[in-house]
Design a protein around this ligand. Structure first.
Ligand SMILES: Cc1cc2nc3c(=O)[nH]c(=O)nc-3n(C[C@H](O)[C@H](O)[C@H](O)COP(=O)(O)O)c2cc1C
Length: 168
């Protein structure tokens, strides 16, 4: 892993919404894009049922990752979906884990609805056990709209590490 990168954009995505967003964020931040390893969750009906069941049961188990620490990054941007009004269980597992994280932890969720995302961001902060630096969510229906640009740009400004090309 290239630790000259200052931003880690760690994401989990079952159906692609969060992957697209994480890729955009990593490009804007000049960050390293890292997919969370969560082999329990696959796309398809059975995968969704499994995801929803684990989320309701708050079963958050972190599978082995290709990193053992993220503390040598200046900041972490964690991106993924809302499941049953919580952050998806792989995100929760990382926030609760013993893996050392940077002081600046930022969470950007993709979601079907605003109300679920607001609840999930509160839970993400509780899982981390300290304040998040920046939070945002993107409702699926706003993807590709001017609203997406507005939300992403506000998030990047709060994260405080905007690459020149995104800021201009
Ligand atoms: C198991 C499961 C549970 C979900 N629960 C919610 C929910 O409670 N509220 C909501 O607004 N969207 C919910 N969604 C929709 C996702 O949050 C949304 O489509 C998200 O963008 C998917 O991201 P992904 O494509 O990166 O996996 C759920 C999706 C799945 C698969």
């Amino acid at each position: 892993m290239d630790r000259t990168n200052k931003t880690a954009v760690v994401y989990f995505s079952l159906t692609g919404h969060s992957q697209r967003l994480a890729t955009r964020l990593a490009r804007a931040l000049g960050g390293e894009l890292i997919a969370l390893n969560a082999p329990s969750y696959r796309s398809g009906l059975l995968g969704y049922l499994h995801a929803g069941f684990d989320s309701v049961r708050k079963k958050c188990v972190l599978a082995p990752q290709r990193f053992t620490t993220l503390a040598d990054f200046d900041r972490l941007v964690l991106c993924g979906p809302v499941w049953t009004s919580y952050p998806a269980t792989p995100l929760r597992a990382l926030l609760r884990s013993d893996i050392d994280l940077p002081a600046s932890v930022n969470v950007f969720l993709t979601t079907g609805s605003q109300s679920s995302a607001e609840k999930a961001l509160t839970v993400a902060e509780q899982d981390l056990g300290r304040a998040l630096t920046a939070t945002a969510f993107l409702v699926n229906s706003a993807e590709g709209t001017e609203q997406e640009n507005t939300v992403v740009e506000a998030f990047l400004r709060t994260v405080g590490a905007v690459a020149q090309d995104e800021a201009s």
